[in-house]
Design a protein around this ligand. Structure first.
Ligand SMILES: [Zn+2]
Ligand SMILES: [Zn+2]
Length: 405
Protein backbone atom coordinates (compact mmCIF):
# COMPACT_ATOMS: atom_id res chain seq x y z
CA UNK A 1 0.00 0.00 0.00
CA UNK A 2 2.86 2.40 0.66
CA UNK A 3 5.69 3.54 -1.64
CA UNK A 4 8.14 1.51 0.39
CA UNK A 5 6.30 -1.65 -0.57
CA UNK A 6 5.99 -0.83 -4.25
CA UNK A 7 8.10 -2.95 -6.53
CA UNK A 8 9.13 -1.97 -10.05
CA UNK A 9 8.77 -5.34 -11.72
CA UNK A 10 5.61 -6.91 -10.44
CA UNK A 11 5.62 -10.59 -9.64
CA UNK A 12 3.51 -13.08 -11.49
CA UNK A 13 0.68 -12.61 -9.00
CA UNK A 14 0.50 -8.87 -9.65
CA UNK A 15 0.28 -9.37 -13.40
CA UNK A 16 -2.88 -11.38 -12.90
CA UNK A 17 -5.86 -9.01 -13.24
CA UNK A 18 -7.75 -10.84 -10.51
CA UNK A 19 -4.93 -11.57 -8.06
CA UNK A 20 -6.39 -9.36 -5.31
CA UNK A 21 -9.71 -11.22 -5.43
CA UNK A 22 -7.86 -14.49 -4.97
CA UNK A 23 -6.65 -13.26 -1.59
CA UNK A 24 -10.24 -13.77 -0.44
CA UNK A 25 -10.23 -17.28 0.97
CA UNK A 26 -13.37 -18.59 -0.72
CA UNK A 27 -13.00 -16.69 -4.02
CA UNK A 28 -12.88 -18.76 -7.20
CA UNK A 29 -12.42 -16.55 -10.25
CA UNK A 30 -13.42 -19.45 -12.47
CA UNK A 31 -16.96 -19.23 -11.11
CA UNK A 32 -17.27 -15.66 -12.39
CA UNK A 33 -15.57 -16.48 -15.65
CA UNK A 34 -17.99 -19.25 -16.52
CA UNK A 35 -21.12 -17.64 -14.98
CA UNK A 36 -23.97 -16.94 -17.37
CA UNK A 37 -25.42 -13.63 -16.31
CA UNK A 38 -28.45 -11.82 -17.72
CA UNK A 39 -28.66 -8.07 -17.09
CA UNK A 40 -32.03 -6.42 -17.73
CA UNK A 41 -31.77 -2.67 -18.11
CA UNK A 42 -28.82 -0.44 -18.96
CA UNK A 43 -29.99 2.69 -17.17
CA UNK A 44 -28.51 4.17 -14.00
CA UNK A 45 -28.57 0.85 -12.10
CA UNK A 46 -27.72 -1.24 -15.15
CA UNK A 47 -24.61 0.85 -15.83
CA UNK A 48 -23.32 0.29 -12.33
CA UNK A 49 -24.23 -3.41 -12.43
CA UNK A 50 -22.39 -3.86 -15.74
CA UNK A 51 -19.38 -1.85 -14.59
CA UNK A 52 -19.10 -4.07 -11.51
CA UNK A 53 -19.52 -7.26 -13.54
CA UNK A 54 -16.76 -6.15 -15.92
CA UNK A 55 -14.40 -5.34 -13.05
CA UNK A 56 -15.24 -8.63 -11.37
CA UNK A 57 -14.35 -10.57 -14.50
CA UNK A 58 -17.82 -11.84 -15.39
CA UNK A 59 -17.24 -13.97 -18.46
CA UNK A 60 -20.60 -14.25 -20.15
CA UNK A 61 -23.30 -11.61 -20.18
CA UNK A 62 -26.61 -11.22 -22.02
CA UNK A 63 -27.83 -7.64 -21.83
CA UNK A 64 -31.18 -6.21 -22.87
CA UNK A 65 -32.46 -2.63 -22.91
CA UNK A 66 -34.90 -0.96 -25.29
CA UNK A 67 -33.79 2.65 -24.91
CA UNK A 68 -31.39 4.96 -26.68
CA UNK A 69 -28.94 7.23 -24.87
CA UNK A 70 -30.04 10.78 -24.04
CA UNK A 71 -27.99 13.64 -22.62
CA UNK A 72 -29.78 13.30 -19.27
CA UNK A 73 -28.43 9.74 -18.92
CA UNK A 74 -24.82 10.93 -18.89
CA UNK A 75 -24.94 12.09 -15.26
CA UNK A 76 -25.73 8.56 -14.06
CA UNK A 77 -24.13 6.27 -16.61
CA UNK A 78 -20.43 5.53 -16.26
CA UNK A 79 -20.41 3.47 -19.47
CA UNK A 80 -21.76 6.23 -21.78
CA UNK A 81 -20.00 9.23 -23.37
CA UNK A 82 -21.43 12.39 -24.93
CA UNK A 83 -20.77 11.14 -28.46
CA UNK A 84 -22.91 8.07 -27.72
CA UNK A 85 -26.17 10.04 -27.49
CA UNK A 86 -28.81 8.63 -29.82
CA UNK A 87 -27.23 5.17 -29.86
CA UNK A 88 -28.60 2.02 -28.24
CA UNK A 89 -27.91 1.84 -24.50
CA UNK A 90 -27.41 -1.92 -24.71
CA UNK A 91 -24.91 -1.68 -27.57
CA UNK A 92 -22.81 1.07 -26.00
CA UNK A 93 -22.90 -0.54 -22.55
CA UNK A 94 -21.74 -3.85 -24.05
CA UNK A 95 -18.84 -2.13 -25.81
CA UNK A 96 -17.79 -0.38 -22.59
CA UNK A 97 -17.91 -3.64 -20.65
CA UNK A 98 -15.51 -5.16 -23.18
CA UNK A 99 -13.26 -2.07 -22.92
CA UNK A 100 -13.02 -2.59 -19.17
CA UNK A 101 -12.68 -6.38 -19.39
CA UNK A 102 -11.78 -7.71 -22.84
CA UNK A 103 -12.35 -11.27 -21.59
CA UNK A 104 -16.11 -10.63 -21.30
CA UNK A 105 -18.28 -12.27 -23.93
CA UNK A 106 -21.26 -9.95 -24.11
CA UNK A 107 -24.40 -10.28 -26.19
CA UNK A 108 -26.60 -7.20 -26.28
CA UNK A 109 -30.17 -6.79 -27.49
CA UNK A 110 -31.99 -3.53 -28.05
CA UNK A 111 -35.47 -4.68 -27.18
CA UNK A 112 -38.18 -5.00 -24.59
CA UNK A 113 -37.63 -7.77 -22.06
CA UNK A 114 -41.39 -8.35 -21.92
CA UNK A 115 -41.81 -9.16 -25.60
CA UNK A 116 -38.42 -9.71 -27.26
CA UNK A 117 -36.55 -12.09 -24.95
CA UNK A 118 -37.42 -15.79 -25.11
CA UNK A 119 -37.71 -17.70 -21.84
CA UNK A 120 -34.77 -19.81 -23.00
CA UNK A 121 -32.50 -16.91 -22.07
CA UNK A 122 -33.54 -17.28 -18.42
CA UNK A 123 -33.16 -21.05 -18.58
CA UNK A 124 -29.63 -20.50 -19.96
CA UNK A 125 -28.74 -17.97 -17.25
CA UNK A 126 -27.28 -18.87 -13.87
CA UNK A 127 -28.60 -15.61 -12.51
CA UNK A 128 -30.37 -12.44 -13.66
CA UNK A 129 -29.63 -8.95 -12.37
CA UNK A 130 -32.32 -6.33 -12.86
CA UNK A 131 -31.85 -2.58 -13.25
CA UNK A 132 -35.49 -1.82 -13.91
CA UNK A 133 -37.69 1.17 -13.19
CA UNK A 134 -41.15 -0.36 -13.33
CA UNK A 135 -43.21 -3.07 -11.68
CA UNK A 136 -44.53 -4.56 -14.92
CA UNK A 137 -41.08 -5.60 -16.12
CA UNK A 138 -40.19 -6.88 -12.63
CA UNK A 139 -43.35 -8.98 -12.53
CA UNK A 140 -42.57 -10.43 -15.95
CA UNK A 141 -38.99 -11.15 -14.94
CA UNK A 142 -40.13 -12.74 -11.69
CA UNK A 143 -42.42 -15.14 -13.53
CA UNK A 144 -39.82 -15.89 -16.20
CA UNK A 145 -37.14 -16.60 -13.59
CA UNK A 146 -39.44 -18.82 -11.56
CA UNK A 147 -40.57 -20.73 -14.64
CA UNK A 148 -36.90 -21.22 -15.57
CA UNK A 149 -36.06 -22.21 -11.99
CA UNK A 150 -33.39 -19.49 -11.71
CA UNK A 151 -32.68 -16.74 -9.17
CA UNK A 152 -32.85 -13.03 -9.87
CA UNK A 153 -31.64 -9.98 -8.00
CA UNK A 154 -33.74 -6.86 -7.99
CA UNK A 155 -32.58 -3.33 -7.32
CA UNK A 156 -34.53 -0.09 -7.06
CA UNK A 157 -33.44 3.49 -6.48
CA UNK A 158 -35.13 6.80 -5.91
CA UNK A 159 -33.35 10.02 -4.93
CA UNK A 160 -30.70 8.97 -2.38
CA UNK A 161 -32.50 5.82 -1.32
CA UNK A 162 -32.72 2.30 -2.62
CA UNK A 163 -33.20 -1.35 -2.01
CA UNK A 164 -31.70 -4.63 -3.16
CA UNK A 165 -33.26 -8.07 -2.85
CA UNK A 166 -32.70 -11.62 -4.00
CA UNK A 167 -35.43 -13.97 -5.16
CA UNK A 168 -34.52 -17.64 -5.34
CA UNK A 169 -36.64 -20.30 -7.06
CA UNK A 170 -38.40 -22.79 -4.83
CA UNK A 171 -40.30 -22.44 -1.61
CA UNK A 172 -39.53 -18.87 -0.51
CA UNK A 173 -41.32 -15.61 -1.23
CA UNK A 174 -41.08 -14.13 -4.72
CA UNK A 175 -41.39 -10.60 -6.06
CA UNK A 176 -45.13 -10.94 -6.62
CA UNK A 177 -45.55 -11.93 -2.96
CA UNK A 178 -44.18 -8.48 -2.02
CA UNK A 179 -46.82 -6.57 -3.99
CA UNK A 180 -49.59 -4.78 -2.12
CA UNK A 181 -52.80 -3.17 -3.34
CA UNK A 182 -51.03 0.11 -4.20
CA UNK A 183 -48.57 -1.78 -6.42
CA UNK A 184 -51.39 -3.57 -8.26
CA UNK A 185 -53.16 -0.23 -8.79
CA UNK A 186 -49.99 1.18 -10.37
CA UNK A 187 -49.60 -1.96 -12.50
CA UNK A 188 -53.18 -1.71 -13.73
CA UNK A 189 -52.80 1.97 -14.58
CA UNK A 190 -50.16 1.07 -17.19
CA UNK A 191 -52.80 -0.74 -19.22
CA UNK A 192 -56.04 0.46 -20.74
CA UNK A 193 -59.21 -1.57 -20.08
CA UNK A 194 -58.40 -3.72 -23.14
CA UNK A 195 -54.79 -4.20 -21.95
CA UNK A 196 -53.14 -1.99 -24.56
CA UNK A 197 -50.15 -0.12 -23.17
CA UNK A 198 -50.47 3.55 -22.38
CA UNK A 199 -47.45 5.33 -23.74
CA UNK A 200 -47.72 8.21 -21.30
CA UNK A 201 -47.28 5.70 -18.48
CA UNK A 202 -44.08 4.38 -20.00
CA UNK A 203 -42.34 7.70 -19.43
CA UNK A 204 -42.53 7.89 -15.64
CA UNK A 205 -39.30 9.66 -14.69
CA UNK A 206 -37.85 8.76 -11.32
CA UNK A 207 -35.22 11.05 -9.77
CA UNK A 208 -32.06 9.00 -9.34
CA UNK A 209 -28.39 9.68 -8.68
CA UNK A 210 -25.21 7.84 -9.70
CA UNK A 211 -24.38 7.53 -6.01
CA UNK A 212 -27.55 5.68 -5.02
CA UNK A 213 -27.19 3.54 -8.17
CA UNK A 214 -23.66 2.72 -7.12
CA UNK A 215 -24.66 1.67 -3.59
CA UNK A 216 -27.53 -0.56 -4.72
CA UNK A 217 -25.85 -2.07 -7.80
CA UNK A 218 -22.83 -2.79 -5.61
CA UNK A 219 -25.03 -4.82 -3.29
CA UNK A 220 -26.74 -6.61 -6.17
CA UNK A 221 -23.42 -7.65 -7.68
CA UNK A 222 -21.98 -8.66 -4.33
CA UNK A 223 -25.00 -10.88 -3.75
CA UNK A 224 -24.50 -12.36 -7.22
CA UNK A 225 -20.86 -13.15 -6.42
CA UNK A 226 -21.92 -14.83 -3.19
CA UNK A 227 -24.67 -16.79 -4.93
CA UNK A 228 -22.24 -18.00 -7.59
CA UNK A 229 -19.93 -19.22 -4.82
CA UNK A 230 -22.75 -21.04 -3.05
CA UNK A 231 -22.71 -18.64 -0.09
CA UNK A 232 -25.81 -17.50 1.76
CA UNK A 233 -27.58 -14.56 0.12
CA UNK A 234 -30.35 -12.09 0.95
CA UNK A 235 -33.00 -14.54 -0.22
CA UNK A 236 -36.61 -13.47 0.20
CA UNK A 237 -35.42 -10.38 2.05
CA UNK A 238 -34.65 -6.80 1.10
CA UNK A 239 -31.82 -4.54 2.11
CA UNK A 240 -33.25 -1.04 2.43
CA UNK A 241 -31.00 1.98 2.44
CA UNK A 242 -31.96 5.52 3.40
CA UNK A 243 -29.34 7.82 1.93
CA UNK A 244 -30.46 10.88 3.90
CA UNK A 245 -30.20 9.36 7.37
CA UNK A 246 -27.82 6.48 6.58
CA UNK A 247 -30.21 4.08 8.19
CA UNK A 248 -30.26 0.70 6.61
CA UNK A 249 -32.11 -2.41 7.57
CA UNK A 250 -33.15 -5.81 6.26
CA UNK A 251 -36.80 -6.76 5.98
CA UNK A 252 -38.08 -10.28 5.37
CA UNK A 253 -40.98 -11.04 3.04
CA UNK A 254 -43.80 -13.51 3.60
CA UNK A 255 -44.65 -16.10 0.99
CA UNK A 256 -48.25 -15.68 -0.16
CA UNK A 257 -49.93 -19.05 -0.71
CA UNK A 258 -52.24 -17.68 -3.43
CA UNK A 259 -49.49 -15.91 -5.41
CA UNK A 260 -49.82 -16.43 -9.19
CA UNK A 261 -46.06 -16.61 -9.77
CA UNK A 262 -45.50 -19.89 -7.93
CA UNK A 263 -45.55 -22.05 -11.02
CA UNK A 264 -42.99 -24.79 -10.56
CA UNK A 265 -40.32 -25.04 -13.24
CA UNK A 266 -40.86 -28.17 -15.27
CA UNK A 267 -38.74 -30.23 -17.58
CA UNK A 268 -38.72 -29.06 -21.18
CA UNK A 269 -38.27 -30.87 -24.46
CA UNK A 270 -35.76 -29.50 -26.95
CA UNK A 271 -37.57 -28.94 -30.25
CA UNK A 272 -34.31 -28.74 -32.19
CA UNK A 273 -35.94 -25.97 -34.22
CA UNK A 274 -35.93 -22.23 -34.71
CA UNK A 275 -39.04 -20.10 -34.16
CA UNK A 276 -38.46 -18.44 -37.54
CA UNK A 277 -38.42 -21.79 -39.35
CA UNK A 278 -41.32 -23.54 -37.60
CA UNK A 279 -44.88 -23.01 -38.75
CA UNK A 280 -47.65 -22.92 -36.18
CA UNK A 281 -49.09 -26.01 -37.93
CA UNK A 282 -45.81 -27.91 -37.47
CA UNK A 283 -45.63 -26.92 -33.80
CA UNK A 284 -49.20 -28.08 -33.19
CA UNK A 285 -48.42 -31.33 -35.00
CA UNK A 286 -45.41 -32.01 -32.75
CA UNK A 287 -47.45 -31.31 -29.62
CA UNK A 288 -50.28 -33.58 -30.80
CA UNK A 289 -47.87 -36.36 -31.67
CA UNK A 290 -46.70 -36.29 -28.04
CA UNK A 291 -49.95 -35.56 -26.21
CA UNK A 292 -52.72 -36.73 -28.52
CA UNK A 293 -54.99 -35.21 -31.18
CA UNK A 294 -56.92 -32.95 -28.79
CA UNK A 295 -53.82 -31.23 -27.43
CA UNK A 296 -53.49 -27.45 -27.72
CA UNK A 297 -50.54 -25.06 -27.76
CA UNK A 298 -50.20 -22.24 -25.21
CA UNK A 299 -47.68 -19.47 -25.70
CA UNK A 300 -47.88 -17.73 -22.33
CA UNK A 301 -48.07 -14.47 -24.28
CA UNK A 302 -51.12 -12.64 -25.61
CA UNK A 303 -50.81 -11.88 -29.30
CA UNK A 304 -52.94 -9.27 -31.06
CA UNK A 305 -54.13 -10.99 -34.22
CA UNK A 306 -55.67 -7.78 -35.45
CA UNK A 307 -57.45 -4.56 -34.59
CA UNK A 308 -61.15 -4.32 -35.28
CA UNK A 309 -63.16 -1.13 -35.70
CA UNK A 310 -66.81 -2.02 -35.25
CA UNK A 311 -68.30 1.30 -36.48
CA UNK A 312 -66.10 1.29 -39.63
CA UNK A 313 -66.39 -2.47 -40.17
CA UNK A 314 -62.62 -2.77 -40.67
CA UNK A 315 -60.06 -5.30 -39.45
CA UNK A 316 -56.30 -4.78 -39.67
CA UNK A 317 -54.05 -7.84 -39.11
CA UNK A 318 -51.29 -7.14 -36.54
CA UNK A 319 -49.60 -10.31 -35.12
CA UNK A 320 -47.71 -8.62 -32.30
CA UNK A 321 -47.74 -9.22 -28.58
CA UNK A 322 -50.24 -6.98 -26.84
CA UNK A 323 -47.59 -5.64 -24.48
CA UNK A 324 -46.00 -3.87 -27.44
CA UNK A 325 -49.18 -2.42 -28.93
CA UNK A 326 -50.02 1.05 -27.64
CA UNK A 327 -53.41 2.69 -27.35
CA UNK A 328 -52.23 5.31 -29.84
CA UNK A 329 -51.44 2.65 -32.45
CA UNK A 330 -54.83 1.07 -31.85
CA UNK A 331 -56.70 4.25 -32.84
CA UNK A 332 -58.66 3.72 -36.02
CA UNK A 333 -57.08 5.75 -38.87
CA UNK A 334 -60.55 6.42 -40.30
CA UNK A 335 -62.65 7.40 -37.26
CA UNK A 336 -60.10 7.84 -34.45
CA UNK A 337 -61.78 5.44 -32.01
CA UNK A 338 -59.58 2.93 -30.17
CA UNK A 339 -60.10 -0.33 -32.05
CA UNK A 340 -60.72 -3.67 -30.30
CA UNK A 341 -57.72 -5.99 -30.24
CA UNK A 342 -58.55 -9.56 -31.23
CA UNK A 343 -56.33 -11.74 -29.07
CA UNK A 344 -54.88 -15.23 -29.11
CA UNK A 345 -52.57 -16.90 -26.62
CA UNK A 346 -52.60 -20.39 -28.04
CA UNK A 347 -53.62 -22.71 -30.88
CA UNK A 348 -56.35 -25.33 -31.06
CA UNK A 349 -56.03 -26.13 -34.77
CA UNK A 350 -59.04 -24.10 -35.96
CA UNK A 351 -56.99 -20.97 -36.71
CA UNK A 352 -56.77 -19.67 -40.28
CA UNK A 353 -53.17 -18.52 -39.86
CA UNK A 354 -51.43 -21.84 -39.09
CA UNK A 355 -49.18 -21.34 -42.11
CA UNK A 356 -47.37 -18.52 -40.33
CA UNK A 357 -44.13 -19.25 -38.55
CA UNK A 358 -43.94 -18.95 -34.76
CA UNK A 359 -41.78 -15.84 -35.27
CA UNK A 360 -44.28 -14.27 -37.68
CA UNK A 361 -46.98 -14.89 -35.09
CA UNK A 362 -45.10 -12.55 -32.72
CA UNK A 363 -43.21 -14.97 -30.46
CA UNK A 364 -39.53 -14.15 -29.80
CA UNK A 365 -36.77 -16.64 -30.67
CA UNK A 366 -35.54 -19.13 -28.02
CA UNK A 367 -38.91 -19.09 -26.27
CA UNK A 368 -40.64 -21.80 -24.26
CA UNK A 369 -44.13 -22.90 -25.32
CA UNK A 370 -46.52 -25.30 -23.64
CA UNK A 371 -48.46 -28.21 -25.07
CA UNK A 372 -51.51 -29.14 -23.03
CA UNK A 373 -54.15 -31.83 -23.02
CA UNK A 374 -56.44 -31.57 -20.03
CA UNK A 375 -54.16 -31.45 -17.02
CA UNK A 376 -51.24 -33.01 -18.83
CA UNK A 377 -48.71 -30.49 -20.06
CA UNK A 378 -45.30 -30.42 -21.62
CA UNK A 379 -42.94 -27.52 -22.27
CA UNK A 380 -41.05 -27.15 -25.55
CA UNK A 381 -37.99 -25.00 -26.11
CA UNK A 382 -36.91 -23.50 -29.43
CA UNK A 383 -33.35 -24.47 -28.56
CA UNK A 384 -32.01 -24.12 -32.12
CA UNK A 385 -32.33 -20.34 -31.63
CA UNK A 386 -29.82 -20.32 -28.76
CA UNK A 387 -26.57 -19.81 -30.75
CA UNK A 388 -27.93 -16.81 -32.67
CA UNK A 389 -29.72 -15.27 -29.67
CA UNK A 390 -26.76 -15.63 -27.31
CA UNK A 391 -23.99 -14.97 -29.83
CA UNK A 392 -20.53 -14.86 -28.20
CA UNK A 393 -22.02 -15.70 -24.78
CA UNK A 394 -23.20 -19.09 -26.07
CA UNK A 395 -21.28 -22.34 -25.65
CA UNK A 396 -22.19 -25.76 -26.95
CA UNK A 397 -23.62 -27.80 -24.08
CA UNK A 398 -25.01 -24.77 -22.21
CA UNK A 399 -28.49 -26.26 -22.13
CA UNK A 400 -27.40 -29.62 -20.74
CA UNK A 401 -28.83 -30.45 -17.32
CA UNK A 402 -26.69 -29.14 -14.49
CA UNK A 403 -26.82 -28.52 -10.78
CA UNK A 404 -26.93 -25.14 -9.07
CA UNK A 405 -23.57 -23.46 -8.38
ZN1 LIG B 1 -44.96 -15.21 -4.91
ZN1 LIG C 1 -63.06 3.36 -37.28
Amino acid sequence: MTDALRIDSPGAGERDRFSRFKLIRWWEQERLDRARIVVVGAGALGNEILKNLALLGAGRIFLVDSDSIEMSNLSRSVLFREEDTGRSKAEVAARSVRDIYPGARVRWLQGDVLTDVGLGVFIWADITLAGLDNREARLFLNRAARRAGRPWIDGAIEQLNGLARVFLPGGGPCYECTLGQADWDILRARRSCNFLSREDMLLGRVPTTPTSASVIAGLQCQEAVKYLHGLEVLAGKAFLFNGLTHESYVVGYERKPDCFSHEEPFAWTALGRKASETTLAALLETVRRDLGPEAVVEFGRDVVLGLQCVPCGTFEPVFRQIRSVTEKEAACPACGLVRNPKLAHGLDGREDFLGKTVAEFGIPPFDLVTGRRGREERAYLFDADAPSVLGPAWEEGDLSPRSAP
